[in-house]
Design a protein around this ligand. Structure first.
Ligand SMILES: *Cc1c(COP(=O)(O)O)cnc(C)c1O
Length: 393
């Protein structure tokens, strides 16, 4: 068996060794409860507040604007549900996009059942939110705009600053799911007029089950979990100290290597795109060629079934994804690929490859050769492809 080639960093990342090292003592000798008075407890409290300082610093925020959660999904749920409740007297209208993560879309569906009205704004063929449509959707009773920073499937990075300016001009709260962007791109919450921001540890070489919600000071928001006074009374429950320390260490690591990581990944990404386009006919790059995450590659291959491609890549030790992890395993094509206008049959033949800075050019070559071989094999078994070739002659 060849060495594993892991190209699914948008699904999750390897916890960095220095992050694991930073976490270990908080499982073993430093097990105190941050709410306790004695020094074993106050040590933990200090560790939590240091992690908050690191994260706040990375966003240009204040430490008391960072609230730890059990991951990105919880942060997204909290932002939407609590804002809907806290601002119910202003209105019940929320604006989002058609290409959000399910943590946003399914929360919106839940809120619709609870009486909210949701506008799902369209995106263009590259996945960029239509700003004129967004602005026109704003009504006097609009309480929140929630648009993701960067898409987890096609990697498109949204014009977040422009969206923040629109929200701020109309006095509407702005939330962004930055789970894919945080740790990959530099973000300043003031410059982008962001009122709330979600992030998750395991997408930036931190641990799973930890994330945070940034909530701008002064924003009314309801407690998500009722209980003790942790997280300023807004999210009760004894803090996940090892996870929080890991999240802080992961943020510190990500922002210290940000530029170098971005340059390395961008170069590999563009090489991979170029090689696939050169080697494999009838393919289409999904997502914006320039405004995309440094580590994201997403292609559709005509006359190919994405799931078969994934299984055959796995047999060669290559980990990739089709659509998002949540939609894999279901027969519906990805809502993101449909939203950018792909017909069902083309959306079905899509492949997402997401890199990290440890990947090599050699791995890219191995991967392209494997995709080429598998796509050729699958096409040779496809009656649609056979018809297509006949017609070409
Ligand atoms: C992974 C992901 C989430 C969910 O984060 P978890 O920590 O896994 O709950 C939310 N939004 C986006 C864009 C993601 O990529």
């Amino acid at each position: 068996m060849n060495k594993l080639i892991y190209l699914d960093n948008a699904a999750t990342t390897k916890t960095a060794p220095e992050v694991v090292q930073a976490m270990l003592p908080w499982f073993t000798e430093n097990y105190g409860n941050p709410s306790s008075i004695y020094s074993l407890g106050t040590e933990s409290k200090k560790a939590v507040s240091e992690a908050k300082d690191i994260i706040a610093g990375s966003l240009g925020a204040a430490s008391n604007e960072i609230y730890f959660t059990a991951g990105g999904s919880e942060a997204d749920n909290w932002a939407l549900k609590a804002a809907a409740e806290a601002y119910a007297s202003k209105g019940k209208h929320i604006i989002t996009s058609k290409i959000e993560h399910h943590a946003i879309l399914h929360t919106c569906e839940y809120l619709e059942k609870k009486g909210c009205e949701i506008t799902y704004v369209n995106v263009d063929e590259n996945g960029i939110v239509k700003l004129d449509e967004l602005e026109k959707a704003i009504r006097p009773d609009t309480i929140l705009i929630s648009i993701m920073f960067a898409n987890n499937e096609i990697g498109t990075v949204q014009p977040i600053k422009e969206i923040g300016e629109i929200a701020s001009r109309h006095n509407v709260l702005f939330h962004t799911d930055a789970v894919q962007a945080y740790g990959q791109l530099s973000i300043n919450v003031d410059e982008c007029h962001i009122d709330m921001l979600s992030a998750s540890g395991h997408k930036l070489n931190g641990p799973k089950g930890i994330g945070f919600l940034y909530i701008r000071k002064g924003i009314k928001i309801r407690s998500f979990i009722h209980g003790g006074q942790q997280e300023r009374g807004r999210r009760a429950g004894t803090e996940n100290v090892p996870g929080i320390v890991g999240m802080g260490a992961a943020a510190k690591r990500a922002f210290s290597i940000l530029e170098e990581k971005r340059a390395k990944e961008t170069e590999l990404r563009d090489y991979l795109i170029e090689q696939i386009e050169k080697e494999i006919p009838y393919c289409r790059l999904n997502g914006d060629r320039n405004r995309r995450l440094p580590n994201n590659v997403n292609f559709s291959f005509r006359f190919v079934e994405g799931e078969s491609l994934l299984i055959m890549l796995d047999m060669k030790g290559i980990c990739a994804s089709s659509g998002s992890a949540c939609t894999s395993g279901s027969l519906d094509p990805s809502h993101v690929l449909l939203a950018i206008g792909l017909p069902h049959e083309i959306a079905h033949g899509s492949l997402r490859l997401t890199l990290n800075e440890e990947n090599t050019k050699e791995e890219m070559d191995t991967t392209v050769a494997a995709i080429k071989e598998i796509v050729t094999k699958l096409r040779n078994m496809s009656p649609l492809y056979e018809d297509f070739v006949k017609k070409q002659k």
